[in-house]
Ligand binder design. Sequence first.
Ligand code: HSE
Length: 336
Amino acid sequence: MKTVKLSIIGFGAVGQGVAQAILQKKDNLADMDINLVVVAISDRTGACVEPNGVDLEAAIKRKKEKGSVATTDLTSLDVIRDIDHNIVLDATPTNIEDGEPGLTYMLEAFRHGRHVVTSNKGPLALKYNMLCDEAHKGGVQFRFEATVGGAMPILNLARDALAGNMVMSIEGILNGTCNYILSRMTEESLSYKQVLGEAQELGIAETDPSYDVEGIDAACKLVILANSIFKMNVTYDDVDVTGITKITPESISLAGAEGMVIKLIGEVRDGDDAIIKVVPKLVPKNHPLAVGGTLNVALLRTDMAGPICVEGRGAGSMETASAVLSDIIAICKKEF
Ligand code: HSE
């Protein structure tokens, strides 16, 4: 059995979900010949470190009871630099201003020859090419399925299952909070402000929900798709973004009378008619993109396979952990 050592940097909903998933999937991992050992977990307050494997149940309990995972005052950077391990999971929160602290953590991991898996969109939306270059220089893998669409597989779908295809365009719903708000506005003729609180209660809205309703979160995900699948060289500033704050219950009911729904659609395509934008659009009610609730969906148009549509839960602790774990397993299979 191959032993692979992992650190978890950031122990909020995603970090705890991954710890929970590792506990639950121990036998499945063993079937794949993988002994995944979490040697350190850190949060803002410090870290717990155990070279033979952190007690994950105790770590989750400590975090829930005390608000901290720390048993030492080692920092996240100390863990990344000094603790012997193979893969760094950066599960720190998204910051679209400067990408920190995740950006520094990822760069430091690459410099120390550690593979990186992340769920953090900020650094990728701002410095995608630089991060990929540094990973390449470090001779390590950099995987980020969890940054786009939560559990919905899209990056690995395009890269692995659709390998050999040219993806010509992607259109989709990349923000579950907006989709939930628009769905509720359609059902109940309510204003977006009235249903924003409900979306926040579901625990899927960003800490600052303007990231959701102004289209910023969807734009970050689109940048990641554009750079990784289309090899474009774009950042968040290149996206033409309109959010959902100006959509009224009246406009939704007018659309409904025409057999349409309003959805916040992200769209990217390369070439002469290149486009990268997030904008509310009219979508026929029976169209594959007209999914409801908190779901995400993406329609990829490819040269050989034709249209491929995927949908799934775009957020949530276990859902995001699903994407993170798939990246960790991919690294284990390739590198160890
Ligand atoms: N706030 C995001 C959403 C979470 O609603 O989709 C996942 O990135």
